[in-house]
Design a binder for this molecule. Structure first.
Ligand SMILES: Cc1cc2nc3c(=O)[nH]c(=O)nc-3n(C[C@H](O)[C@H](O)[C@H](O)COP(=O)(O)O)c2cc1C
Length: 452
């Protein structure tokens, strides 16, 4: 263990999460562009990564002193979209950064990964940190950033050790530091550990936190690309997004865009949890059927039937089994079912699941994680939880279903960030798609007031 790694251990006050215990064996139906070498022993170390073609993309960019605009055009041409949740086209985001150098520019890698049901970045951080680092250096070159930061979830202790070692290895090889590969481009990279707040994954909350302030989101615009970290132009990208960059540079935008659909190109790493036989992380070409993913993870446990899917992490509205029949794994198809691809955290629910209980569970999380800055979120998440609690405790009144809907509607679009929407939108979708389950609780309820 390196000195830095042991320091992390000694000073950490977080829950310390060791290596993740996942079977990453490739399954039929997967298309592994990012995870191709994930099982190679020692792939997290630089020599092994290089032996599999690692850092060739960086060499291609820096040794030819590739024109920055050309590089951004290449990423735009691939149509790769942000894998952190919003699905914003990455090349366009890079292109928003001013081309002047009046102020320093920064690149921040969002490795906060705290959305319930999402754990795919952890695989990249623990197994393929150099792919992310290579993507970060290339991205930093494109936007002329002299410094970048990996903002990593506090609980990811082992992953932090791996990334810290990987950054040091990249310095030792001359991929970081001054005058990288004789190109004249200099770049420094730092690892920053979060302290366990979900809100710090929201990009402006992340920036506030990195600045040493409370992790409170800020109103947009101005967008970080124009005014971000230390009020300077800043690109915030997800781990998986940045890990796509070396592949795109090595193989070309057109090769990347051959995978997937015209609007959802490439592959997506899905974190699969819930009632399946083999929860895990699967890389699937965008546009493939949901069935492909369900087969890859061994189907629903115990031979039971699928009831519903939460397709994009816990903040995504629910999709019924019927709607899943023709749903494909791309932004558009999932949006057409009233939900979103989000971070690709797929939570499968079997026929025995009680969706009111599931929603209450989620409401607990969002109420706990609301930063408290905006009243509709601070109070609204609490109200949603209280009302759901009245249902599950069989104390709801006839009017409480309407109250739950009204409260949710009053939270949407009224706050600085979308944490409030992240429980309000699911709540509305659960009510709309499974009304009978809420009514069944009402029928069993005593109707006593919980408000008093
Ligand atoms: C409450 C909240 C939490 C978020 N958490 C994360 C996160 O853990 N990781 C992440 O990449 N994006 C997260 N996002 C999305 C980021 O704000 C941002 O869109 C993303 O990092 C941009 O990177 P991308 O364009 O590569 O997707 C979160 C958003 C919200 C509203």
């Amino acid at each position: 263990m390196s000195m830095t790694a042991s320091l992390i251990k000694k000073t950490s006050h977080h829950r310390n999460w060791g290596p993740m215990d996942l079977d990453l064996t490739a399954q039929p139906g997967e298309t592994r562009l990012l995870m191709e070498h994930v099982l190679v022993p020692g792939i997290e170390r630089i020599d092994t990564y290089e032996s599999k073609g690692g850092y060739q993309a960086l060499k291609k960019v820096l040794q030819s002193k590739m024109d920055r605009e050309q590089l951004i055009k290449e990423v735009q041409g691939s149509s790769v979209r942000g894998r952190g949740g919003a699905g914003f086209p990455t090349g366009n985001k890079w292109n928003f950064v001013p081309k002047t150098n009046d102020k320093p520019h920064y690149l921040l890698c969002n490795a906060d990964e705290s959305e319930p049901g999402t754990f795919k970045d952890r695989v990249l951080l623990e197994r393929l940190p150099h792919m992310m680092i290579e993507g970060m250096i290339i991205g930093s070159y494109a936007i002329q950033a002299a410094k970048s930061y990996v903002y990593i979830r506090g609980e990811y202790t082992y992953a932090a050790e791996i990334v810290e070692i990987a950054i040091q290895e990249a310095y030792n090889k001359g991929y970081l530091g001054k005058n990288i590969l004789g190109s004249g481009f200099s770049h420094d990279m730092y690892l920053h550990r979060g302290a366990g707040a979900y809100i710090c994954g929201e990009e402006t909350g992340l920036i506030s936190s990195l600045e040493g302030k409370k992790g409170w989101p800020k109103l947009k615009p101005p967008f970080p690309a124009v005014e971000g970290y230390l009020r300077c132009p800043t690109v915030v990208n997800n781990v998986e997004t940045l890990a796509c960059v070396p592949w795109i540079v090595n193989n070309g935008a057109a090769a990347y865009a051959k995978y997937g659909t015209p609007k959802s190109t490439g592959t997506k790493m899905f974190s699969v949890s819930g009632d399946v036989n083999r929860p895990g992380v699967y890389e699937i070409e965008c546009g493939k059927s949901l069935r492909t993913l369900l087969d890859a993870c061994g189907g629903i446990k115990g031979g039971r039937k699928l009831k519903a899917v939460i397709p994009g992490g816990s903040s995504a509205p629910i999709v019924t089994a019927k709607e899943c029949e023709d749903m494909t794994l791309d932004y558009e198809s999932i949006a057409s079912k009233g939900s979103m691809l989000g971070s690709g955290g797929m939570i499968f629910l079997d026929e025995t699941r009680d969706v009111v209980q599931v929603l209450k569970n989620l409401a607990e999380f969002y109420h706990d994680e609301s930063c408290g800055q905006c009243t509709p979120c601070r109070e609204g998440t609490g109200w949603v939880l209280k009302i759901l609690h009245s249902f599950t405790e069989k104390q709801a009144r006839a009017e409480d279903l309407k109250l739950l809907e009204a409260t949710s509607n009053n939270m949407i679009g009224r706050t600085i960030c979308v944490l409030a929407d992240s429980i309000a939108m699911p709540a509305l979708s659960y009510i709309q798609k499974f009304p009978e389950e809420f009514h069944a609780y009402l029928e069993k309820s005593q109707g006593s007031s919980f408000h008093g």
